[in-house]
Design a protein around this ligand. Sequence first.
Ligand SMILES: [Fe+2]
Length: 350
Amino acid sequence: MANDCFARSPRCHAPDTALDPAPGPARPPVPVADPAAWLAADLAGDPGWVHRLDGHEVHELDRAVEVVLSRGLGPGGFGRDDFPLTHLADRIAGWARDLDQGRGVVLVKGLDPARYDDDALAALYWGLAVHLGEPVPQNADGDLIGRVRDTGRDYGAKNVRGYTTRAEMRAHCDAADVVGLLCRHPAMRGGESRIASGIAIYNHLAAERPDLIAPLLEGFHFDLRGEGVTDDPDETTFHRVPVFSWFEGRLSCRYNGKTIEDGMTKRGMALTGLALEAVREVGRLALEPPFRFDMTFEKGDIQLLCNHSILHARGGFEDWPEARAPARPVAALAEPARRTGRWRRRSPIG
Ligand SMILES: [Fe+2]
């Protein structure tokens, strides 16, 4: 269930003060040096975050898929040892390092999804995920691979998850260490991914609007969208989740403007004044130059993002007409959440 994520976070119930590595008199915020503090021009100018699979690596994946399918195993039913990779395992470990300690962004290209049926592609994706970390669900249904598609739901309605709609989505982080998205089919129109570095946004605020930092450090009660442990549709996080926090000397970001505003309203503490301005300013900056970087997916692209440093948003899209037909179970995009055992640090889950 969704709150598996919360339960596993060793710091999710810690008092807020434990999140500050330097308790004592308040100090003015200062910009931090971090490889994840990139601007859009930095990503555009250095393609080191784009990884193309070569023929040998695709062959390695194909063999591993054959192994698990021949054993009748599918997503959720096998782990790293069941999905034999050699050379590619080292490369995936490099992606994990880039996500945690580098730019926080990885794009994997070179897969042709047309070569796989739905079961094989899902097994391949799951196999990559278990080599990258420990997959965790992101919704109350316990789905480990979510289908991103237009189900006709209204994003503005209470407790509707954005990935089930065609709506433009505000900048946010997901509730796992890493979120991945495999593009099975691009949308008919729109749906581009918009990403920005939360660390770079912090640096900007520290320099230009340091007054907004304090409410962001104090944090907010995030809306749990009816997916909390109590099944109460109005449940919010018990504790305040800071938008910016420190862990082992590193800055982390945990942001979702919609669930922050909805959560505080449900809590009877609707945001006003400086706190509201601070929340909206983070979301606004994430979608504007020089922070926002747009990615348009091609078939087979896999985007991996570190949720502790990178915010993502999505343009509204129009799905292919057949994507909503029941006979086509795998729709436009799939998005599993992943938690890696090596990720000890960083922000509590929002
Ligand atoms: Fe998301």
